[in-house]
Ligand binder design. Structure first.
Ligand code: ZN
Length: 285
């Protein structure tokens, strides 16, 4: 494994790699959550100093979507998405989607995607029928807004694929926190979507996800933390944060037998093209 020692977080205060050498994009994090309320400045500074140069803060309901936009206005590193998570779609009223549409229209320079939306058949906090209905509705809205979609799919691969195959998808998107096998990954790629690999790929028993991370085309691969959840090894069970992208990137680079620089270059290019991020190598937007 290359460069393991260079990315030890014990050396947080140093910048062991020249800033221009690599830059990583955390394509999925929930920076608005309380887990970061007391130290967000430090979290972002640590990430930036260690080459995690951009973070997409993903909305899950109206409140968090607004918060994500506020954060994107305040911090040049952050971009926002808006959307209603499948857990929360039973709370959607006639006003909800127009509010998000208005938010997106008024903050075009900060909002880079629509989501996270999709299906979650594990927890079923909202009824599966309504999840499917609102997934379709939100895919249509994302398309009207001209935004790529961020998709959440837990134990709902077949239905998610069916809906993605019928729906408009002109601006691409991401299957976030990918949890299927290689066969499902190929179907997702055939639909023109990217696949985002979370920190769980660092777990020893994550063989299916490791196979996906090893075999999908590099041009379709993205990396994410899904912070504050799903911290990679060796921080499993702790709060996850954008800095920990380094551990995920190390493992994925190792699986593919490429340098972390090459992985960073290609995945940042993918994220930059999908989200229209033009500020990756500058602290300013
Ligand atoms: Zn998420």
């Amino acid at each position: 494994m290359k460069h393991m020692e260079e990315f030890s977080v014990k050396k947080r205060q140093e910048a062991p790699v020249p800033l221009s050498a690599i830059s990583l994009v955390d394509t999925h994090c929930h920076l608005d959550m309380n887990a970061y309320a007391h130290d967000l400045d430090v979290v972002l500074q640590n990430a930036f100093q260690h080459n995690v140069r951009a973070v997409v803060s993903v909305g899950i309901d109206v409140h968090s979507s607004r918060r994500a936009v506020e954060l994107a206005r305040r911090y040049p590193m952050i971009s926002a998405t808006v959307g209603i998570h499948p857990h929360d779609v039973d709370n959607i009223t006639d006003k909800t989607l127009p509010i998000l549409a208005d938010l997106a229209e008024r903050n075009k320079e900060h909002i880079v995607g629509y989501g996270e939306i999709g299906l979650d058949y594990v927890k079923q906090y909202s009824s599966p029928e309504n999840q499917r209905r609102q997934f379709r509705n939100q895919l249509s809205l994302a398309d009207e807004l001209g935004l790529p979609v961020i998709i959440h799919d837990r134990e709902a691969h077949e239905d998610a694929l069916t809906i993605l195959q019928e729906g408009p998808l002109h601006y691409g998107g991401i299957m976030h926190c990918f949890s299927g096998d290689l066969d499902f990954a190929k179907k997702i790629l055939d639909r023109g979507l990217h696949i985002s690999i979370p920190g769980t790929v660092t777990f020893k028993n994550a063989t299916l996800l490791q196979e996906v991370a090893r075999k999908i085309p590099l041009s379709s691969l993205l990396l994410e933390t899904d912070g504050p959840f799903l911290a990679p090894h060796p921080y499993r069970g702790k709060r996850n944060e954008p800095l920990f992208m380094l551990y995920t990137a190390q493992v994925v680079a190792g699986l593919r037998d490429i340098s972390i620089e090459e992985l960073a270059r290609q995945t940042s290019q993918n994220a930059g093209a999908l989200f229209g991020l033009h500020h990756l190598n500058s602290p300013q937007k």
